[in-house]
Design a protein around this ligand. Structure first.
Ligand SMILES: [Zn+2]
Ligand SMILES: [Zn+2]
Length: 417
């Protein structure tokens, strides 16, 4: 990055100012061509067209591409060889760095099934990294997503069944002692689920049902207890067919119908092109719209790693899966994605006809709203943290800015003078 117009001696008026220009800004509801995004002291101070660049400001040239808000990932297990369940600050930072390269600026490290000790250690590692956040780390931790261990046994998917259990107040009361946990998952049919949901809702969490074979009635009770979201739509969730196997006939509605029919409910898709075909992605975008649908990576540690065998989770609690470089597989089943948010964006954009502003919203403002951090980040708006991703015309990541600081892991200004 070359500071332009800043000579030696007195600091120029533009010192501490970063300007991104030369691209089309992606706003929540429209595109703004020839945009200037001005950041000062880590905050966005202006979003508009044209205008003067303050003398001494650092300039990032978007090179005719797009200037989008940094991505917000609500559901992500690891990357760059590290799983958040490795539960060390080094592993947490390695996974965060890998996702920052793909445009994520706010991340919600996500637990899987595992022993109480392992989950406590994961929370402690994330708490330590969040408290000592440095620009060099890349994406900021928005909070932890407590995901496993409260899964239904018949819907654990690739996660270790030995590490799943029913909700225990003595365990989760400790998770909710401070504000680290912001997203909380539990299968609705488990004994004690309603009490868990109420405890998470009291803490202001996004309360979600996942890895579940819940019926409509169970979802309605979960909704009354605070559930407003369902994890990875169509993956490890109930369907008319799976409920028939549980209850017999007459066939009945489950999570899919409940989400589609309930305007207060949101959900998320793993839009890597491997979990869901383009028709399902387009269906989700059309039926739910950009305010109720999030893109998540649900990525494992195999993101940005060569094809091979990897552990999902850590230590004795882990399961093994195979990455072919496109997706993770365990036996005949899928075992999480191995892609970053930029690929989710490109895949959804190609699959659906809702347009780029809507697709970017699904990866930024909508997850920020659902997690309750949209006052702080999630869109290019004055006063928010200056979290910006510069994309090429084909939506490849060219640069990432976190809290006004260009991240060193990506060259943020390939064409700046
Ligand atoms: Zn899952
Ligand atoms: Zn997951």
């Amino acid at each position: 990055m070359t500071p332009r117009g800043a000579g030696p001696g007195r600091p120029a008026r533009g010192a501490g100012v970063l300007v991104v220009r030369g691209g089309t800004a992606v706003l929540p509801d429209r595109l703004l061509p020839d945009a200037v995004v001005e950041c000062r002291d880590g905050r966005i101070t202006r979003v508009g067209r044209g205008g003067r660049v303050p003398r001494g400001a650092r300039v990032v040239d978007a090179g005719g591409g797009f200037v989008a808000p940094g991505f917000v990932d609500l559901h992500v297990h690891g990357g760059g060889g590290a799983d958040f369940m490795d539960a060390t600050p080094e592993a947490v930072r390695a996974a965060i760095a890998a996702h920052t390269r793909h445009g994520t600026t706010t991340i919600f490290p996500t637990t899987t099934t595992g022993s109480p000790e392992r989950i406590r250690a994961m929370l402690a590692a994330c708490r330590a990294v969040r408290a000592a956040a440095r620009p060099a780390d890349g994406a900021r931790i928005g909070g932890v997503h407590v995901y496993g261990p409260y899964f239904a046994a018949e819907k654990v998917g690739c996660h270790a069944v030995a590490g799943r259990r029913d909700p225990r107040p003595a365990e989760y009361a400790a998770w909710f002692r401070d504000d680290l946990v912001r997203v909380a998952t539990c299968a609705a049919e488990l004994p004690g689920a309603a009490a868990f949901y109420r405890a998470a809702a009291r803490r202001g969490c996004l309360v979600t049902c996942g890895h579940s074979n819940a019926s409509w009635e169970e979802m309605a009770r979960a909704f009354a207890a605070g559930v407003r979201h369902v994890d990875h739509f169509w993956c490890a969730m109930s369907s008319v067919a799976s409920l028939r196997a549980r209850f017999g006939t007459p066939m009945r509605a489950g999570m899919e119908q409940f989400v589609l029919a309930t305007p207060e409910m949101s959900t998320e898709v793993i839009a890597d092109g491997e979990h869901l075909a383009p028709d399902l992605l387009a269906f989700a975008a059309r039926m739910l719209g950009p305010r109720r649908l999030c893109l998540v990576t649900d990525s494992s540690r195999a993101l940005d790693m060569p094809p091979g065998r990897y552990r999902f989770g850590a230590g004795d609690d882990a399961t093994w899966f195979e990455s072919d470089g496109r997706v993770g597989r365990a036996g005949g089943a899928l075992a999480s994605s191995v892609a970053g948010m930029d690929r989710m964006l490109r895949t959804m954009h190609a699959a659906s006809d809702v347009g780029l502003a809507a697709v970017v919203r699904m990866a930024s403002l909508t997850p920020a709203e659902r997690a309750g951090i949209d006052g702080e980040t999630g869109s290019l708006a004055v006063g928010k943290r200056a979290d910006v991703v510069v994309l090429s015309p084909r939506l490849a990541v060219r640069g990432v800015i976190v809290a006004g600081v260009p991240w060193e892991g990506v060259d943020p200004s390939p064409t700046a003078g």
